[in-house]
Design a protein around this ligand. Structure first.
Ligand SMILES: [Zn+2]
Length: 80
């Protein structure tokens, strides 16, 4: 799980998409870094991002920051 203090610079640095998991229906998705403005020097906290589950339309999500491609793949594999 992501640390509460992680910012968009951290996401950019990880070279991986951000993982979003819905706490209501367990739906999971990977969001490309470009879509959330993750770039070098962007120190906005990931907590300020507003995500809405594409399945149940709720806002209660859990964010995951991946250290490598394998953990991003595992995140989605656990869901399917
Ligand atoms: Zn949901």
């Amino acid at each position: 799980m992501i640390s509460p203090s992680a910012d968009l610079h951290d996401v950019w640095k990880s070279h991986q998409p951000l993982g979003v998991a819905c706490k209501h229906c367990q739906h999971r998705a990977l969001v490309a870094r470009e879509r959330i403005g993750a770039r070098q020097g962007n120190l906005h906290c990931v907590d300020t991002l507003k995500f809405r589950c594409t399945k149940c339309k709720r806002h209660i999500v859990e964010l995951h920051l991946f250290p490598d491609h394998r953990s991003a793949k595992r995140f989605m594999a656990e869901y399917r």
